[in-house]
Write a protein that binds this ligand. Structure first.
Ligand SMILES: Cc1cc2nc3c(=O)[nH]c(=O)nc-3n(C[C@H](O)[C@H](O)[C@H](O)COP(=O)(O)O)c2cc1C
Length: 327
């Protein structure tokens, strides 16, 4: 009897756990998601600006752009920049948006229009400066692309293993910054860059954090560097984007694993598929911003000369690869 019931009870328990997780995520979306239309809030405005000016950037990057395209995005950017200028609480995307909009308005076809004239006049009176980082569109030729070609890509990709026992030596802050800066080149939806990386190399903090993580048994006490990768829920406004933070955060995490690997620093992802209770408890002991959803943790450090790793062989490619075909 119990044998028959067991899978049912287990299934029900799992469904209940899933439901609790969904409800918790939904509550967080309600409390912290970017669905509010409050342009006075610097973070909300900046994410919305990124979406609007990215539309302009795309329009500027097409070789054969339609002469009248982009104006609705230009108006959106302009509206948000006016709010930014009024309250003078300026963020990165405010500055970038200003530069992209000016580039758009100064296109020969646009410059002649009355509306461009009005906007340019107004923007030139704004009290905040561009950040002159070449926002908008830039030329990038095939030689530039080819700088990324690796002589032996297999050497790079196939030499990464999750490492769980590290040399007892810290990675310098400079190397950590370098790895994070390179990982920041990760693509993100509309270039919103919603990620936030928390880091510690203090054993007492790492120990406290890992108490709430269930996959570090046997090696958690020897981790030299610990990262927590979070994503800002305010960056996602449209209802359909409710899973986007996991995607953007996952992509960033993978990039960080590879940038660390490129510097000879090994790592092991640590899942944050935890219960709502664990998530709440962790937030009570460390400074995770309430708007940030924790995507995962990452243990990192230098490999020992001799290491043992799980071989974790991959499936045959035929099992995971198909051509897309019409039904
Ligand atoms: C999101 C994610 C979470 C993971 N969580 C854990 C974990 O909690 N503990 C652990 O020891 N390994 C964890 N891993 C590592 C996987 O076990 C490992 O990547 C997988 O077995 C493949 O091995 P490889 O990374 O050496 O190629 C995680 C990996 C990912 C991508």
């Amino acid at each position: 009897m119990w044998k028959k019931l067991r899978p049912l009870v287990r299934g029900a328990y799992r469904i209940f756990g899933g439901l609790r997780g969904f409800i918790y995520d939904f509550q967080r979306y309600l409390r912290f998601g970017g669905w509010r239309e409050d342009l006075n809030d610097k973070s909300l405005r900046n994410y919305k600006l990124a979406m609007a000016y990215h539309g302009l950037e795309k329009s500027l990057s097409f070789k054969n752009r339609k002469p009248n395209s982009g104006w609705s995005n230009a108006e959106r950017v302009y509206r948000k920049l006016k709010v930014a200028n009024n309250i003078m609480n300026i963020g990165f995307h405010d500055r970038a948006g200003k530069e992209v909009l000016l580039q758009f308005l100064n296109l020969p076809a646009n410059k002649k229009t009355k509306r461009a004239d009005e906007m340019i006049n107004d923007i030139n009176k704004f009290n905040f400066k561009d950040d002159f980082q070449n926002h908008g569109s830039i030329s990038f030729n095939s030689d530039d692309y080819c700088k990324g070609v690796l002589k032996n890509p297999e050497n790079f990709f196939l030499s990464r293993y999750s490492l769980r026992e590290f040399q007892q030596k810290n990675v310098s802050p400079k190397e950590i910054e370098r790895a994070i800066k390179m990982a920041m080149k990760t693509p993100s939806v509309c270039n919103r860059q919603s990620w936030h990386i928390y880091h510690s190399s203090k054993p007492e903090i790492i120990k406290k954090v890992l108490k709430y993580q269930n996959g570090n048994r046997g090696f958690g006490d020897q981790i030299p560097e610990l990262f927590i990768i979070g994503v800002d829920l305010r960056a996602f406004f449209v209802g359909q984007e409710h899973y986007q933070h996991w995607i953007d955060g996952g992509l960033f995490s993978m990039s960080l694993i590879y940038t660390l690997h490129s510097l000879g620093i090994a790592s092991c992802a640590l899942n944050w598929s935890q219960t709502p209770d664990s998530d709440k408890q962790l937030r009570k002991v460390i400074n995770i911003d309430k708007h940030h959803t924790i995507i995962m943790m990452l243990a990192a450090g230098y490999p020992n000369t001799e290491n043992k790793v799980c071989s974790s062989k991959r499936k045959p490619i035929e099992e995971i690869f198909s051509q897309i075909e019409l039904k």
